[in-house]
Design a protein around this ligand. Sequence first.
Ligand SMILES: C[C@H](O)CC(=O)SCCNC(=O)CCNC(=O)[C@H](O)C(C)(C)COP(=O)(O)OP(=O)(O)OC[C@H]1O[C@@H](n2cnc3c(N)ncnc32)[C@H](O)[C@@H]1OP(=O)(O)O
Length: 756
Amino acid sequence: MAKPHVTMEVGNDGVAVITICNPPVNALAIPILNGLAEKFGEATRRDDVKAIVLTGKGGRFSGGFDINVFQKIHETGDISILPDVSVDLVVNVIEDCKKPVVAAVEGLALGGGLELAMVRVFLSAAAISVFFLGGFAFCELLLIAVVVVQGCHARVAAPKTQLGLPELTLGVIPGFGGTQRLPRLLGLQKAIEIMLMSKPILSEEGNKLGLIDAVVPSQELLKVSRQWAVDIADRRKPWLRSLHRTDKIGSLAEAREVLKAARLQAKRTASNMPQHQACLDVIEEGIVHGGYNGVLKEAKVFKDLVLTDTSKGLVHSFFAQRLTSKVPNVTDVGLKPRNVKKVAVIGGGLMGSGIATALIVSNIFVVLKEINSEYLLKGIRIVEGNVRSLVTRKKLTKEKADKALSMLKGVLDYSEFKDVDMVIEAVIESVPLKQKIFSEIEKACPPHCILATNTSTIDLNLVGEKTSSKDRIIGAHFFSPAHIMPLLEIVRTEKTSAQAILDLMAVGKTIKKVPVVVGNCTGFAVNRAFFPYTQGAHMLVNLGVDVFRIDRLISSFGLPMGPFQLQDLAGYGVALAVGKEFANAFPDRTFRSPLVDLLIKSGRNGKNNGKGYYIYEKGSKPKPDPSVLPIIEEARRLTNIMPNGKPINVTDREIVEMVLFPVVNEACRVLDEGVVVRASDLDIASVLGMSFPSYRGGIVFWADLVGAKHVYDSLKKWSQAYGGFYKPSRFLEERATRGLPLSAPASSASGSRARM
Ligand SMILES: C[C@H](O)CC(=O)SCCNC(=O)CCNC(=O)[C@H](O)C(C)(C)COP(=O)(O)OP(=O)(O)OC[C@H]1O[C@@H](n2cnc3c(N)ncnc32)[C@H](O)[C@@H]1OP(=O)(O)O
């Protein structure tokens, strides 16, 4: 593959077309920034160049600054590798260039990519200044506010080009001046929305808002951009005169109101992430003290944020998610995914209907099978409801919803199965029933058909025991609600063929899930690692800690709700069934709490009947129910584990750790047994399947930030005080004593047993 580079071609029209070449997304890697500086310098100097068009190769303008650089900083702690001179040279040279520059934007212009394209609008004239941050020199652009704009500028875009500043999703803020320019171009409200929600807009909307000058068909993009550049150079099109624009920002008082509302919103939705408030501070600086000061503050804050744990976690999550699509011996052996056009889903309950919904909205034809017309009708109604709710939430247009529903066919027998490419069984968790279904579908389906089960606990070898198609048997473990939750665990046995895995991965991507390939064990990767989560919480309650305090602390840590509210939401039946499954599989480390049984006996079933740990009333938030306290007391009396009969005294931090370290401990076993290909797969699975906060990077990444030694020492101390539930695993002990991160590959630690 060619190294990242920048090309320049000068045409007879006097236009130099400068092209960023760094597939697949033309990330602004350091060689690209250097290349841009060089080519802009050359174009500025050459007499035969009168205008410049900046574009990206391969139909994508640029996906922004190279995120690998952030990762390197996180690994080494060396912030000096952040480009200073090169970035500045680029900006400075582009800025200083006295020739018109037109950005020809296609596909996407994100982050630094969009900021490059925006440069000329806001910046009028530039000079370089050097200032010092934390001991190293950082060249930065100074805007001279009083100089009338000499440059000119335009952005021409192809239809449906994505324009956005998603830097906050990486724990930083826009760092090439985006915090200052976007509000001036789009107005404060819209710019804040784009930055804080990291939500791109399309070129059509950008055109309406004034960010894009023209939207033209892709095949005409370069031609029109060249002509535009020539027209500006020849003064047929006006030179944009943009001093420090404030026309779209409004008065200071109005701006402050908008910022205040945004701050409140960010406090509610992103309380643990510093980049949101920081971004608003930087925007405010520019509004109150002018764009120049805003740019200076942006540069400083950007560098501070790159070093935060939040940025480390989010950048890790970014790469971890993408790494899941690389599965040794599956994606690297030259196989091609086969086309899956028609899928049969067996079972029209919540899971089956959710899966069917996910498939049809992605244009895959679905045959939904039930055992009788009453159940079938119910299933179809659920699918219709799911699709309608996607329309209500503006995730789907009405036309697409109608098309999706036309791709669903309900059936009561197997006659439609003769040409399906995949079956996904989603019936109740009963081994004999699943075995019967699998031996039937083996006969009813064509020989290439993949036979998948959505079981969340049953051993796949058992499911396929009565078939002779073991290579086609695979787990497709969706998370509820299946049409919304982004994780798809693909469970393989020793016999599942690489082709079947690859095909299911491709289907997963088509239906916009993140497929993570895992091994076959009780609970697979996510449920297995998280089974001690609820038990850890119950252990604490039985040790005398307040239920609502635990929930509050876990929510403040960043999970969407605490373990008890989650139990209310899922229903106690689920809690009991799952608890039993894990107690059978891992009796040595199961804590048996009588609390759920007592709650059921007292007529509670969580959110389902409006009575759980919380009171559920329509239209209001769940309220802690004080009448649950005597039931908890009864549970404590039965377990009798409080030392000297008195509640334990624990800090807030210990509470969070006593719930989550047992999860880390089980995650260690998952790693040790090779259930996941790599630790980062478990990280992303925990984020997407359990809503573990992505800004903490996932369960293993977070544990490594905390430190394996601290996790190990704590668990050891608790296991001595409170028993085997906390006993550190062999893997954790080894990593902690050898000073190795939990995420280090098995080869870094002798004795680890990778089984995949
Ligand atoms: C100073 C500045 O203000 C700071 C910045 O600009 S920070 C960067 C801001 N930009 C972003 O956050 C965009 C990040 N990228 C994305 O959202 C998506 O990759 C995308 C929408 C561009 C493309 O999505 P999609 O087509 O699904 O491809 P996707 O699989 O995600 O990416 C393709 C490859 O490009 C890489 N990539 C994408 N954006 C990248 C970037 N900005 N830097 C480095 N690599 C990047 C991915 O890691 C992946 O690599 P792989 O093939 O080795 O796994």
